[in-house]
Design a protein around this ligand. Structure first.
Ligand SMILES: [Zn+2]
Length: 164
């Protein structure tokens, strides 16, 4: 994997470029090129997080390491694959899919996870709610997915939760 150039096409927190010899420090959000791939954790690879659009101007991917940690923890505790239907979104794609303007997806801090049943939606949401790093949690029972993000959580409170 090679470092990518940062442009004004996306905005986000301070970014760390990916060094050629491994993953950058975990305090900052990671920036990858959209054509890059490689393992981010035991069960998640970079390609799963890339923006799903076909826009030529979309060539970068932000991923906060805290998001990867949360997903990996959930993957291990539930013991089943967690297919991502949306990870990072460029602003254009976020608009196309009707995401909120300041969506955590555009900051590399959110993932939508497909579930096979309503029971899996409930099970995943219940497990995610217990993780302190989870700051936003959306249940979408009709469309069978769960949104999880790692926005900062206010002290001693539960994550922001909603049903879509
Ligand atoms: Zn895009």
């Amino acid at each position: 994997m090679t470092p990518a150039e940062w442009t004004d096409a996306n905005e986000g927190p301070d970014v760390a470029l990916l060094p050629t010899d491994g993953l950058p420090p975990r305090e900052t959000v990671w920036l990858f090129g959209k054509t890059e791939n490689g393992p981010l954790s035991a069960h998640f690879s970079l390609h799963e997080f890339h923006c799903r659009c076909n826009d030529r101007g979309c060539h970068q991917t932000l991923i906060h390491p805290r998001l990867v940690d949360v997903l990996q923890t959930l993957r291990e505790s539930l013991g089943r694959p967690l297919p991502l239907t949306s990870g990072f979104r460029c602003k254009t794609y976020n608009r196309v899919v009707g995401g909120r303007i300041r969506s955590q997806h555009t900051r590399g801090m959110a993932a939508d996870i497909a579930c096979a049943s309503l029971a899996q939606v409930e099970e995943l949401a219940a497990a995610a709610q217990k993780l302190p790093a989870v700051g936003g949690l959306g249940k979408y029972p009709a469309r069978l997915f769960v949104h999880i993000d790692v926005r900062p959580r206010n002290h001693n409170t539960t994550p922001e939760m909603w049903i879509g």
